[in-house]
Design a protein around this ligand. Sequence first.
Ligand code: AKB
Length: 315
Amino acid sequence: MKKILLTGALGQIGTELTEKLRDVYGVDNVVATDIRETDHPVVNNGHFELLDVTDANAMGEIAKKYQVDTIIHLAALLSATAEAKPLLAWNLNMGGLVNALEVSRELNCQFFTPSSIGAFGPDTPKNQTPQDTIQRPTTMYGVNKVAGELLCDYYHHKFGVDTRGLRFPGLISYVAPPGGGTTDYAVEIYYKAIENGAYTSYINKGTYMDMMYMPDALNAIVNLMEADPANLKHRNSFNVTAMSIEPEMVAAEIRKHIPSFTMDYNVDPVRQGIADSWPDSIDPTAATEEWGFKAEYDLAKMTQDMLTKLKSKLA
Ligand code: AKB
């Protein structure tokens, strides 16, 4: 039985992952942590501790107190915020990661942290980006993600820590909104479609990026963590994706449910520049072959579910 410590548990992934892990492994076997405390089921319905991930001692103390054997490290700044505050991003993203890896080494914990399509850059092959390819990102977030992938590999080779990771595309969810990402438009568009019947996109038409619906992302984390290590050739930072889409495709899918929906554009040069430096589509073959990755939701199925769930949430 796993006993799991999560950092960043009140973020976009953590909010839903905490609940899923409590379901799968039992409420008592999940310790959620975050730098803030709110009136939320993540805080109220199980173990919760305040934690600033840049405080290595505090992280170690919580891990020892609950005798955890797994650390899922999610606390990080996303791409657009990291670009606005590069030094903060370096200190938080890299400082938090190395602290979580050190605690994992010391306590012999299994370890997971997400990488991203942001780990690729303008020199990377743009279509069906291979698992192993050129990684020269031009954003601070990308620099953090490449350094993080290498650091996780290092902790595995050097210290034998059972590190695992996924290169996530944009994650779409109706539960907790993302914050400060480049792919956030693909979440906002659903909220605005229901609230206003209209959306102004900061990402230009024709800009393809990979995306995935949150239930597929959560399953991917659990399945990778449960995978037989003997089958893992890559271990850290597997490419995973469910769809390669651009804003007009999302709008057209929404119009099948809300025919009057309209969209216009007010392109944000910073986030557009980040998106332009990322792949149009990535190839998840290594994840499929090594641990059976499969996404259940395509754009049509995700849109149907998002609109249904959001309508009742916003009602
Ligand atoms: C972001 O847009 O920064 C994230 C990501 C793709 O890593 N959603």
